[in-house]
Write a protein that binds this ligand. Structure first.
Ligand code: ADP
Ligand code: TYD
Length: 196
């Protein structure tokens, strides 16, 4: 089973992903961007304000293709529970926002389309819902994506994704205390595993 954690920068995904490792020590824990050389290329691009947004989409997508074939698909083939801190929805939400003013007519649909032919969609996605101002403040604005105005466009895209596939998403109210958020996350994962 593939469970992904999604939400704005600073919404508490990594904190939850780390806590889940104590609860499910045998699961495969992974993340995007990855630590591969593709992931390093992505991180270089993130640090540059002059990066072309379409080129950046393909860098993130290349990292995803490598992540799928090297980590995600083999772990799922072994019957593992796979929990990924960010995955396909990050591209649909973030790169659709960075390409909003490009020549692409419908960036979110375009980005979904290029993934469709090769990706493995998540079985379930925990969506860490947080307002963009709090998210940007928690994230500390260390890269070009971590600003409230950009994050509000990203959030609107996440909401479109949730509306399109309500059955896949579990909404986590990420504005609460870390303890409350972790309790909901652990309950949600336990329920997903029971229902599988
Ligand atoms: N529920 C919470 N309330 C307040 N601060 C939090 C909460 N969860 C995480 N944080 C803090 O916010 C920052 C970003 O959290 P992190 O888990 O790295 O988020 P993300 O992976 O979504 O960017 C960290 O400093 C973390 O300690
Ligand atoms: C995986 C992915 C991340 N990103 C962005 C979101 C983050 O700003 C940045 C790095 O991701 P990450 O290290 O997960 O940041 P955070 O822990 O703050 O959420 O890359 C995309 O724009 N597209 C993607 O496909």
């Amino acid at each position: 089973m593939l469970i992904t954690l999604e939400g704005l920068d600073g919404s508490g995904k990594t904190t939850a992903w780390e806590a889940l490792q104590d609860v499910y020590p045998d699961a495969t824990f992974t993340h995007e961007p990855t630590d591969s050389w593709y992931g390093k290329a992505v991180r270089r691009s993130e640090g540059r304000d002059d990066a072309d947004p379409l080129a950046e989409l393909f860098l993130f997508t290349a990292d995803h293709a490598d992540h799928l074939s090297r980590v995600v698909k083999p772990a799922l083939a072994d019957g593992d529970l796979v929990i990924s801190d960010r995955y396909t929805d990050s591209r649909y939400a973030y790169q659709a926002a960075s390409l909003a003013d490009s020549d692409l007519q419908r960036p979110l649909e375009y980005i979904r389309g290029i993934h469709q032919a090769f990706t493995r969609e998540p079985d379930a996605t925990l969506y860490f819902d947080l307002d963009p101002e709090t998210a940007a403040a928690r994230a500390g604005a260390t890269n070009k994506f971590e600003h409230a105005s950009f994050l509000s466009e990203v959030r609107a895209n996440y909401e479109r994704l949730v509306d399109a596939e309500p059955g896949r998403f579990v909404r986590i109210d990420a504005s609460r205390s870390p303890e409350q958020v972790l309790d909901s996350v652990e309950d949600a994962v336990a329920r997903l595993l029971e229902d599988r």
